[in-house]
Ligand binder design. Sequence first.
Ligand code: HEC
Length: 97
Amino acid sequence: MRFLLLLAVPLVVAAAQTSFDTDVKPVLARTCTPCHQPGGQMYEKLPFDKADVVRGNKEGILRRLKGEDNKTVEKWLAEATFEPARDSGSTPGSARP
Ligand code: HEC
């Protein structure tokens, strides 16, 4: 009976998809605070609470993360289906009147 439980747990873990909000964000909030979080010196340039910023800087980020943290972010990068970056404020070249 007990060995069945041991078999079942890794399956559940492997099947669970990582998500930016519940997996990646907490890692970066824990390890890269205060600088890359709201109020930090690098937040304007590299806000790590935004998925597309993290994806765009994946090499630099993975280089700085170790162990489980590194694996979590790597897994997310590999499997996540990214939503297109939401356009915030940028206007198309030819503005229609
Ligand atoms: C003490 C403040 C501070 C902390 C904490 C910090 N950073 Fe930074 N980070 C900076 C500054 C300042 C820069 C811009 C200058 C530079 O490149 O070092 C930067 C730049 C970067 C860059 C872009 C340049 C590159 O090397 O690719 C990445 C990516 C980055 N940081 C990732 C991280 C990650 C991941 C963490 C947490 C594990 C982290 N940083 C924690 C201050 C910080």
